[in-house]
Design a binder for this molecule. Structure first.
Ligand SMILES: [Zn+2]
Length: 285
C-alpha cells in the first residue's frame, strides 16, 4: 500500500528525521547493552557447565534499567534523553559529573535520522520502506557492535536472515529461488575464504558472524548481488584499513572487524546494486 500521493517529500523528510533520530536513540541502547547482556549470559552458561552457581544479580535488559551516565551512574532525566539535541544542549558532557559523553550517541542518531528520511523519500510510506528500514537499522547496530566488540550477535544476524528469506516469498528485492541460493552462497563464499586464509597463514581472518551476515544479505538481495557485496566490502576494507594504518597509526596486527564493511556494502548494494554490478563487470573486461 503506497500512501505517498498524500505526503510531500518535505513532509516525508521531516517524519523520517524525527522517527530516525528516536530509533537511533534506541539503537544506541542495543549497541551498548546487547554485548553486556550476551557476556553475562555466556558467563552464566559457563558457570552452570562447571557446576558453579550462576550470577543472578545482573538484571540488565534492553528496556530496564533506564539510561545512566556510564561514569557516575546518575539516571538520565527525560530532558537529557532527547536525540541529538540533548547532546548539543549539554555540550557533550554529563550534567552531574561533567564527564565526556561519547560522540557515538549523536552520530548514530544523526545517521539513523538521515537514512530514514532518505528511505521514506525513496519508497514513500510503503511496506517496502518498512522492510528497508528494518534492514538498515539491523546493519547499523551490527556494524557498530562489531567495530566496538568484534562480535556480530546471532540475535540480529539470524532473524535478519529468516526475514530476508520470508520476504523473498513476496518478491520485494528478489524471488525465493535466488534468495535461498543467495543465503547459501553468501555463507559458503566467506567460509571458503576463511579456510584458505587459515591454510596459508594459520590465522583466522574472519568469524562465523561474518558468514551469517553475508548469508542474510544474500537472502535479502539474491545470489546475483553476493559478488558485488564481497568485492565492494573487500575494496572498502582495504582502502579504509590502509588509511587507518598509514594516517591514524592503527596497529596492523590489532583485530580487524570485517562486519562494518559488509554492512556498508550490503546497504549500498540494496540501493544501487545493479549500477555497481555493471561497473564491476565493465572494470573486469
Ligand atoms: Zn555522569
Amino acid at each position: 500500500m503506497i500512501l505517498d500521493t498524500v505526503f510531500s517529500p518535505t513532509l516525508l523528510a521531516m517524519i523520517g528525521l524525527l522517527l530516525g533520530a528516536i530509533i537511533g536513540s534506541f539503537l544506541n541502547v542495543v549497541i551498548y547493552r546487547l554485548p553486556l547482556i550476551l557476556r553475562s549470559e555466556w558467563n552464566n552458561e559457563a558457570k552452570l557447565f562447571l557446576g558453579m552457581a550462576p550470577d543472578t544479580t545482573n538484571s540488565l535488559s534492553l528496556s530496564t534499567p533506564r539510561s545512566r551516565c556510564p561514569d557516575c551512574g546518575t539516571q538520565l532525566k527525560a530532558i537529557h534523553n532527547i536525540p541529538v539535541l540533548s547532546y548539543c544542549f549539554l555540550r557533550g558532557r554529563c550534567s552531574n559529573c561533567n564527564s565526556l559523553i561519547s560522540i557515538q550517541y549523536p552520530l548514530i542518531e544523526l545517521l539513523s535520522a538521515f537514512l530514514t528520511a532518505y528511505i521514506l523519500i525513496s519508497y514513500g510510506l510503503s511496506d517496502k520502506a518498512l522492510f528497508c528500514l528494518i534492514f538498515t537499522y539491523s546493519l547499523i547496530a551490527l556494524a557498530v557492535i562489531d567495530m566496538r566488540e568484534q562480535i556480530l550477535p546471532d540475535q540480529i544476524t539470524l532473524p535478519l536472515l529468516w526475514l530476508g528469506l520470508i520476504l523473498s516469498l513476496a518478491g520485494y528485492w528478489t524471488n525465493s529461488f535466488d534468495a535461498i541460493i543467495g543465503a547459501s552462497i553468501g555463507y559458503m563464499s566467506l567460509w571458503s575464504v576463511m579456510k584458505i586464509f587459515k591454510l596459508i597463514t594459520g590465522k583466522e581472518g574472519m568469524g562465523y558472524g561474518d558468514f551469517k551476515l553475508n548469508a542474510a544479505i544474500g537472502a535479502w538481495l539474491g545470489w546475483q548481488m553476493v559478488p558485488t557485496v564481497i568485492l565492494l566490502s573487500s575494496f572498502l576494507g582495504a582502502v579504509i584499513g590502509l588509511f587507518a594504518i598509514v594516517f591514524l597509526g592503527h596497529d596492523r596486527r590489532s583485530p580487524f572487524a570485517f562486519g562494518p564493511y559488509l554492512c556498508l556494502a550490503g546497504w549500498v548494494a540494496m540501493q544501487w546494486g545493479d549500477q555497481l554490478g555493471y561497473l564491476f563487470s565493465y572494470l573486469s573486461v
